[in-house]
Ligand binder design. Sequence first.
Ligand code: ACO
Length: 334
Amino acid sequence: MGLLEQIKENAKKQSKTIVLPEGTEERTLLAADQIIGEGIAKIILIGNTDEIKALTEKHQLKNIDKATIIDPQSHAKKEEYADLLVELRKNKGMTKEQALKLVTNPLYLATLMIKSGDADGEVAGAQNATGDVLRPALQIVKTLPGISVVSGAFLLLTDKPEYGENGLIVCADCAVLPDPTAEELAQIAVSTAETARAIAKIEPRVAMLSFSTKGSAKNELVDKVVKATELAKQMAPNVMIDGEMQADAALVPSVGNSKAPNSPVAGKANVLIFPSLEVGNISYKLVQRIAGIEAVGPVLQGMAAPINDLSRGCSVSDIVNLVAITVNQAAAKK
Ligand code: ACO
């Protein structure tokens, strides 16, 4: 069974509730129908009830009647969620009037549902830009204890078993934090190791990537990765983490042996940590397009509850897969 199938099968055992704030978006609705039909998750759809009904009839969807449909303009908990929002954001000057307006925004409403325990996770982004999905999540759900940074990982499913874990590589940050400090990079490494365990079910071997391997180049950008490596090792002494190293030293045994002979990670890394978002985002898109590697994600990590962002070019199956991943993250939450 492939990794995505395993992720879906595991999701079916969990009985988690996922909120989809873009409930009137056609791919989202088709995905919701499939997710409910296959038993991957219970679904809350946010959107105008009449519009959802019309689309359900248009596509002759059989399972949407089992979803909970919440109309953002007229839902029963509007007042309660607005009070929660004021409570959470009062030190940022949030007034009740502003909060009552924001709870009609599906992206804010979804995160308030999670914060209130009415949903276990969220998937959005088929219609909205990354920043608009992330902002309410960062403001309301916030980060896990001990973590201040949310980042985005990709699972690269290659057909090259000699790399990573039988061809699987988990890498980050490809989606969120443009220019992490050494401390933030260390957190990204630890979160990505956790994602590798929770979602890919692999024992992480984490390479902190740079254009230098073990002092071969001197530069302040290299110094940042060296410092991040030390900090990440302190944060997670039970995780195999090493750096700084180049991508070939991380992945290719012969290069790892010659450039970093004593490293427990070099030549066999299955988790790659990029020094900045520019490197991470450009790298995953290049391997995805030029090498034709399947890139699943971004899986957002470090958030107190799982919230994941789709690409606006996503397919129905991308949404189904990301919901299954979100269920797995919710189930792995400690
Ligand atoms: N981790 C944790 N919290 C964060 C993070 C983070 N990475 N970034 C921002 N925050 C918090 C802030 O502390 C702030 O909290 P507060 O309001 O309680 O004080 C809140 O989130 C809002 O932060 P701002 O900086 O005011 O919000 P802004 O909208 O400027 O930035 C955002 C946040 C949206 C994540 C921004 O960094 C961003 O747009 N990043 C790039 C996203 C992107 O475009 N990625 C590429 C596309 S994705 C892809 O290709 C797969």
